[in-house]
Design a protein around this ligand. Structure first.
Ligand code: ADP
Ligand code: MG
Length: 297
């Protein structure tokens, strides 16, 4: 039975928002996560990076209580992951089916079920919260549309609105920009920026190392094991990135510093997008070109 039919889990206000200890998950005997331990305090915002198959989505499923680890423990505000209406999860796009005939408004209202309970109908306050959540993600004009009629980027924003209407205290966003066109990516980044400034605790899986470096105070590097967790300056080093990306990463030493190209992307079957770190931030294309020049010398 889904967890929201149970009494919501209690919060220990002294406990970290999230704490994993020795978490291991295997599918059919093949390890997806091995001995992963870390904790996240209230207000922490971390990018989760690692190559395809690193276990990022598995990690989020474990935190959301959807996948049960074979070993180790997951604690959300001091208790097990199930029954927490405070965890808002926006899964990776290719893992969700939004073809069912439900309006955008109703999808977002579903986020309220944990708060409303099953014993009463949504009230004025619930409708107001749903309206505000849709406004925050710039989807209010689409409230009466069927979710299946929207573009991928719009659907993604509606799912984020659902997490906001839920009044989530811990947001898990799994590759929220994956497969979106540039305007949708920009819209989503604007929304993420607002949430960050509000200090919401969040973990965001991303393939964009520059975005991780520039926009998150913390970066968690995963490849089955937890390779590193800390500030971008401490974590996005050549050594740590090569442990995570192995042969998918190339490093070029220049007078200005190290250029790192990591083929990190799944991009819905598109070719990998080269990414660079360690130089002054400027236009990615320019950096790619200078990289090609360097490589040709
Ligand atoms: P990421 O999100 O970093 O790409 P995943 O967590 O999706 O990584 O996958 C980690 C590994 O676990 C991969 O090898 C993947 O094939 C496997 N895996 C993920 N989900 C399942 C599942 N439901 N059943 C079997 N294997 C899975
Ligand atoms: Mg994934």
């Amino acid at each position: 039975m889904p967890s929201f039919f149970h009494r919501p889990a209690a919060h220990d206000i002294h406990a970290p928002s999230l704490e994993l200890e020795g978490v291991s998950v295997a599918y059919d005997g093949i390890a997806a996560l091995e001995d992963v331990s870390f904790s996240v305090r209230q207000g922490d915002q971390a990018a989760v990076i690692g190559p395809n198959g690193a276990g990022k989505s598995t990690l989020f499923n474990v935190i959301a209580g959807i996948v049960k680890p074979q070993r180790g423990s997951v604690r959300v505000y001091g208790s097990g992951p199930r029954g927490h209406i405070c965890v808002g999860y926006v899964p990776q796009r290719n893992r969700i089916d939004l073809r069912f005939p439900v309006s955008v408004h109703d999808v977002v209202m579903m986020g309220r079920i944990g708060k409303i309970g099953l014993s009463r109908w949504p009230g004025r306050r619930d409708r107001q919260i749903v309206g505000e959540a849709l406004e925050q993600v710039e989807m209010q004009p689409f409230a009466r549309r069927q979710i299946g009629e929207l573009s991928g980027g719009q659907q993604q924003r509606v799912l984020l609105a659902r997490a906001l209407a839920q009044e989530a205290e811990l947001l898990l966003l799994d590759e929220p920009l994956g497969g979106l066109d540039t305007p949708s990516q920009e819209a989503f980044l604007r929304i993420l920026d607002r949430l960050r400034r509000r200090g919401i605790t969040m973990l965001v899986a991303t393939h964009d190392l520059n975005q991780a470096a520039e926009q998150y105070p913390l970066v968690l590097v995963l490849n089955r094991r937890l390779i590193a967790f800390g500030s971008p300056a401490n974590v996005l080093t050549t050594d740590i990135l090569s442990q995570a990306y192995g042969s998918q990463m190339h490093v070029v030493h220049t007078k200005q510093g190290e250029l790192v190209i990591a083929d990190t992307c799944c991009n819905g079957g598109q070719p990998p997008v080269p990414q660079m770190l360690g130089t002054e931030p400027h236009d990615l294309t320019a950096r790619v070109e200078s990289q090609v020049e360097l490589a040709n010398r």
